[in-house]
Design a protein around this ligand. Structure first.
Ligand code: BGC
Length: 353
């Protein structure tokens, strides 16, 4: 009996009885399975600027599930998603670790878009492809290894990319949604739109573009003038959106005709403040956001918001994953991959539920 047990133990040791998943460092870069028929393992390192963000939570979950849906007998995608905690030092550390552990490809939602150049240099040095998402690096950084004609001056030019949506378009759509109203949003009929602007975190150029293009497009489409009553930074955050709009309504009261929010998170906060001030969207005030979060689409269809703009996290995450796989397979990447925004109003809200 003792002999049998000893034999069993020896056999188990030989086969290896640990069921713990192999660490990426143990299955290096695109290594095909060592034993016949094993799937090729691809290790993907993802860092999100912070987990505590409504939109980026949908986005990162979709990255994971899309990779999962693409894993099969031939290839297995091991996806590690880390929380940058809105701290660039923390995120840089995560990137260093992904590189040190020989991950095959990185997908990075920068904390500070100005850190792009440093990240690109690190990845270039390690020869790791890098897909930037959501926070667009400067044009200069995206073209670091290209000449004035766009020709690559280094092979790394084709190994990194930005996947995103052109935030100018989302701003323009917000402006159009208001300009398309029968009264063009001009509730008091004075030919001027009195508005409040709730701005996102300026680390994302989306905040700048939405702030700018919503108004320029409104003026162009409506032919009316505008008067900015207030513009405050709400950092994409619902609680801040609520506070800013509550204060603006206390200060400017009925003068406020439209509240523009750079995203739906802040617009949901604004909707709460509007209700608390006994104002009614669609009757004595208008409210627009961006993202088409489920709660916002619901409000649009029941009249609690005038409109929103779909920020297509599914299209963007799939495009980012497709680009990552392309790069792992040694194919050249374009410098940019763009995904369109879509206007959401009561007329089509049902399609987005
Ligand atoms: C989204 C925001 C989000 C931000 C994060 C924007 O594109 O509209 O909801 O908070 O990205 O960087």
């Amino acid at each position: 009996m003792k002999k049998l047990i000893a034999l069993l133990i020896a056999a188990m040791a030989l086969v290896g009885c640990s069921s713990a998943p192999a660490k990426p460092s143990e299955t290096p870069a695109g290594t095909a399975g060592t034993t016949g028929g094993a799937a090729k393992e691809v290790n993907v390192g993802v860092s999100i600027y912070k987990f505590d963000d409504n939109f980026m939570t949908l986005y990162r979950n979709e990255i994971q599930s899309y990779f999962d849906s693409l894993s099969n007998d031939q290839v297995k995608y091991n996806v590690t998603i880390q929380d940058g905690k809105n701290d660039q030092a923390e995120q840089t550390n995560q990137i260093d670790n992904f590189i040190a552990q020989d991950y095959d490809v990185l997908i990075i939602n920068l904390v500070q878009s100005t850190s792009a150049a440093t990240v690109i240099e690190k990845c270039k040095e390690a020869n790791k492809p890098c897909i930037f998402i959501n926070r667009e690096p400067s044009e200069e950084d995206m073209n670091m290894y290209r000449d004035a004609d766009g020709k690559a001056t280094d092979p790394y030019a084709d190994m990194y990319t930005y996947v995103g949506a052109d935030a100018r378009q989302s701003g323009k759509f917000q402006g159009e949604i208001i300009a398309d109203l029968e009264n063009k949003g001009d509730l008091n009929g004075d030919g001027v739109l009195q508005y409040v602007m709730v701005v996102g975190d300026p680390e994302n150029v989306d905040a700048k573009y939405r702030t700018e293009f919503s108004i320029s497009q409104y003026k162009e489409s409506s032919g009316l003038g505008v008067e900015k009553l207030d513009e405050q930074r709400g950092d994409w955050d619902q609680a801040k959106g609520q506070e800013i709009v509550a204060n603006a309504l206390t200060k400017y009261g009925d003068k406020v005709e439209v509240v523009f929010c750079n995203n739906d998170g802040m617009a949901l906060g604004a909707a709460q403040a509007i209700a608390a001030a006994n104002r009614t969207v669609g009757k004595d005030i208008y409210l627009v956001g961006v993202d088409a979060l489920a709660e916002a689409v619901e409000l649009v269809s029941t009249g609690g918001m005038t409109g929103t703009v779909l920020n297509d996290h599914i299209g963007q995450s799939h495009q980012a994953v497709d680009a990552a796989i392309k790069a792992v397979n040694g194919e050249k990447l374009d410098t940019y991959y763009w995904v369109d925004y879509v206007k959401v109003t009561p007329a089509n809200a049902a399609e987005f539920k």
